[in-house]
Design a protein around this ligand. Structure first.
Ligand code: DC
Length: 225
């Protein structure tokens, strides 16, 4: 049995950072499922596909020519679309918003399902997303729902952008986060919610190492590592 740890939760809860550290510590594969939705949105935009054309968007998702290349030591994974590096492009707010729109479409989610399941390879995979524990890897022996207050998530995002020299308004980021939460949680297909057999971790007052160690302890308790 190849073990899977799923990390679901709203945007800005720290899933990306935490998943990357845990996968690195355990030497496991990493599935950044949000990147696949972001890449679908970016490819659609580049190919002039409208964000309300479900069938055409599903085709884009099915034909997505992507690669996740390991970064240099301590560097994040390099994300490639059609042979070109798009690691930065897919992280913009506008790409995130478009991703949230395409992610609400059933045909797009179906088109990406097998691609996500294919990441389950020995010795294990850490899967980061919204429906990893509820839809994609229902069999996962450890399912985490990582959350934090919307204000804390907005604060983290503002700080992250400021560190990159980008000046942003807290209120604008907070309202984008709230709009995206609303769309991700209330969509008809695969809405964001904790798995029935999952563990919820509120990281509002937790540091990154605390969260990482807690999850690795849970994995040990389950003899996954
Ligand atoms: O985690 P992220 O911000 O990169 O995700 C981008 C968008 O994709 C987000 O609005 C939610 C959506 N998403 C999803 O619906 N299901 C997933 N498994 C991952 C992301």
């Amino acid at each position: 049995m190849i073990p899977v740890i799923t990390l679901d939760g709203p945007g800005g809860a720290g899933k990306g950072t935490i998943s990357q550290i845990i996968a690195g510590r355990l030497g496991w594969h990493l599935l950044d499922s949000g990147a696949l939705y972001r890449l679908t949105a970016l490819a659609a935009e580049r190919h002039g596909v409208a964000f309300d054309d479900e069938a055409a968007l599903a085709d884009v998702a099915r034909q997505l020519d992507v690669a996740f290349l390991p970064g240099e030591e301590n560097e994040p994974v390099r994300v490639m679309l059609e042979g070109e590096e798009v690691s930065k492009e897919i992280r913009t707010e506008s790409c995130g918003n478009n991703a949230s729109k395409v992610a609400a479409l059933n045909a797009v989610r179906d088109a990406l399902l097998q691609r996500q399941r294919d990441f389950k390879q020995a010795p294990g995979v850490v899967a980061d997303g919204r429906d990893m524990g509820t839809v994609v890897f229902t069999e996962a022996p450890l399912k985490i729902y990582l959350t934090a207050s919307a204000e804390e998530r907005a604060n983290r995002r503002v700080k992250q952008l400021q560190d990159k020299g980008i000046d942003v308004k807290f209120q604008a980021i907070l309202s984008e986060i709230q709009t995206r939460d609303e769309r991700d949680m209330n969509r008809a297909v695969a809405p964001l919610k904790p798995a029935d057999d999952g563990i919820t971790l509120d990281t509002t007052d937790m540091s990154i190492p605390e969260v990482v160690n807690h999850i690795i302890d849970l994995a040990r308790e389950r003899s996954l590592v």
